[in-house]
Design a protein around this ligand. Structure first.
Ligand SMILES: NC(=O)C1=CN([C@@H]2O[C@H](COP(=O)(O)OP(=O)(O)OC[C@H]3O[C@@H](n4cnc5c(N)ncnc54)[C@H](OP(=O)(O)O)[C@@H]3O)[C@@H](O)[C@H]2O)[C@@H](O)CC1
Ligand SMILES: Nc1ncnc2c1ncn2[C@@H]1O[C@H](COP(=O)(O)OP(=O)(O)O)[C@@H](O)[C@H]1O
Ligand SMILES: [K+]
Length: 504
């Protein structure tokens, strides 16, 4: 079974319990987990190479003992070090340790020297049972592993990484690869966890589908790794009889003269992703500047919220992007209020968000008035300003929880951007995106993202799916382009990105 759905650490425990209750011995699960680790180790270490297995005092260590026995059996020179006392091992971990010893192998005391002489280190110190900050001997060991420069394969999670939040607890292994079980957990995708994990692998350990379903039932609102599986079926594909008026019309509000570039970047994104028509709505004083740079994209004058209200009497103008380069203040708030009360599908970004600094409830009121479907795309700074003094910014929350709470507060989709962008809906559905590139961190990149989402909304995609798809397409463009990327390149990558996605 493969799925892009995520289990929390406690829900994963529920999967194990349900599998065991269903008649699969815990030790069978552990043997399957250890076998998956050993299989990956055979790829990472040269045949017959030296492998060090660092085992902790719980079942994560148990997986290490199992993998060690299998690797020693297939000709690797395996050293195994235990952090803790052999005598205190219990349950399946004790069985695994006994099997290892029955093979005639020794259990050494964990020592942090000479680590660079190994071809591979398997980190089986702590997994789902991490219960406190890494300190003392464990910390010294983890730091030595990270200094050694040796390839590291982490079992379940890099030790010290919180599988739910992606946060480090006092220190963590920086792994080359991570082998986890059944599904990914949020901490594998949220930063810094995503970076600490290195390459991600997921193994089926024979829990059976019913046990996995029991885990999903225990998890609360569903969360996913963002990817085409999540939204591909809903992705707009024009039929043979489509024409521009059936492919949606997106409006992008421009900022004042000399601040118009952001809106044009967004508009280009909306057009390239397939909206039939895109119009930049510009202050009269900035019309010449906008006109000088626009060709396929249309241009209309608008100098006030009242002008926007007049424009929106045309029902075909069904999606409005407000914020990039707009300017901060009352006018921006009024423009949002007008578009929202006209019931338009909205993308709110940048200055439209900052204009509601500390006033998230007021924004929520506007959105609910017209029943607007809205997607908000804050980066961390805009998020902190908009949701100041709300329960979305309480300390200690994971990024996924913050985004979920924010979505519930405003009653719309929130995309909290970054290298681990999180997309959440008011009903708690959430997706974490790790399909992207640091080259996307460039001026105007977020404006294009807003445009992509607006273009998908205009074509009739539901807002959660449109937001997930927009973030993924944006990330895919970044990955394909690589070094040298500027924001202008992102829309121009869409033909290539979409051709592969749609199999065109
Ligand atoms: N049947 C199953 O469930 C399966 C589970 N599987 C595997 O089991 C793993 C979960 O095992 P687990 O629950 O035993 O927890 P684990 O991660 O080994 O750590 C617990 C130990 O570490 C200790 N400890 C914690 N934090 C610490 C710290 N900061 N510094 C120092 N010590 C610390 C903690 O001490 P305590 O808190 O009890 O004092 C306890 O002794 C899971 O990740 C997967 O790999 C697979 O085999 C598939 C089947
Ligand atoms: N390291 C990274 N990895 C992946 N995506 C990134 C990274 N850094 C930035 N991005 C993406 O680039 C965009 C930047 O948007 P934003 O911060 O609003 O920039 P701007 O205001 O200049 O347009 C976001 O979509 C963000 O997710
Ligand atoms: K580990």
């Amino acid at each position: 079974m493969t799925t892009n759905r995520l289990l929390t650490v406690s829900a994963m425990r529920r999967v194990d319990e349900a599998a065991i209750a269903g008649g699969i011995p815990g030790y069978t699960l552990m043997r399957n987990a250890g076998a998956a680790v050993a299989a990956r180790a055979r790829v990472l270490a040269p045949s017959g190479g030296r492998i060090l297995i660092l085992c902790g005092p719980g079942n994560n260590g148990g997986d290490g003992f199992v993998a060690g026995r299998m690797l020693a059996g297939s000709g690797y020179r395996v050293a195994l070090q235990l952090l803790g006392d052999l005598g205190t091992l219990s349950g399946d971990a004790a069985l695994a340790a006994a099997d290892w010893q029955e093979g005639g192998f020794s259990v050494d005391v964990a020592a942090s020297d000479d680590l660079s002489s190994f071809d591979l280190i398997i980190d089986a110190l702590f997994g789902a049972g991490l219960s406190r900050e890494i300190a003392g001997e464990a910390r010294v060991l983890i730091e030595a592993v990270n200094r050694s420069g040796t390839t590291v394969l982490a079992v379940d999670v890099p030790s010290g990484l919180d599988g739910d939040t992606g946060e480090m607890r006092g220190g963590a292994i920086a792994a080359t690869e991570t082998m986890t079980f059944v599904t990914l957990k949020p901490g594998h995708l949220l930063q810094p966890g995503r970076s600490l994990c290195g390459g991600l692998h997921v193994a089926d350990i024979g829990t059976g589908e019913a046990a996995v379903e029991a885990g999903f039932a225990a998890v609360g609102p569903a969360s996913f790794r963002n990817g085409p599986d999540l939204w591909q079926d809903a992705f707009p594909r024009p039929g043979a009889q489509a024409h521009k008026y059936t492919r949606g019309h997106a409006l992008v509000l421009s900022g004042p003269a000399f601040k118009t570039g952001a809106a044009r970047l967004a508009a280009r994104g909306a057009l390239r992703v397939g909206a039939g028509l895109v119009t930049v709505v510009s202050p009269t004083a900035a019309m010449a500047e906008n006109a000088a740079h626009l060709t396929a994209i249309m241009l209309r004058a608008c100098d006030s919220p009242d002008d926007l209200d007049d424009l929106l009497t045309d029902e075909r103008l069904d999606t409005v992007l407000i914020g990039p380069g707009l300017g901060i203040g009352e006018t921006a708030r009024d423009l949002v209020a007008v578009a929202a009360s006209a019931g338009r599908k909205l993308v709110l970004d940048a200055d439209a968000l900052t204009s509601f600094k500390g006033q998230a409830p007021l924004l929520a009121e506007h959105l609910s008035e017209g029943g607007s479907a809205a997607v908000l795309t804050p980066h961390e700074g805009e998020f902190a300003r908009l949701f100041a003094n709300t329960r979305a910014v309480e300390v200690g929350l994971s990024k996924i929880e913050r985004t979920r709470r924010a979505a519930a507060i405003v009653g719309g989709i929130v995309v909290l951007k970054g290298s681990d962008s999180v997309i959440a809906a008011p009903d708690g559905r959430a997706a974490i995106n790790d399909h992207g590139s640091p080259y996307l961190g460039t001026a105007g990149s977020g404006d294009v993202l807003g445009g992509l989402i607006a273009g998908l909304l205009a074509q009739g995609m539901e807002p959660f799916e449109a937001a997930c798809a927009g973030v993924w397409l944006h990330g895919d463009a970044g990955l394909r382009h690589g070094p040298g990327l500027i924001a202008e390149d992102i829309p121009e990558m869409m033909p290539e990105v979409l051709a592969e996605l749609l199999g065109a």
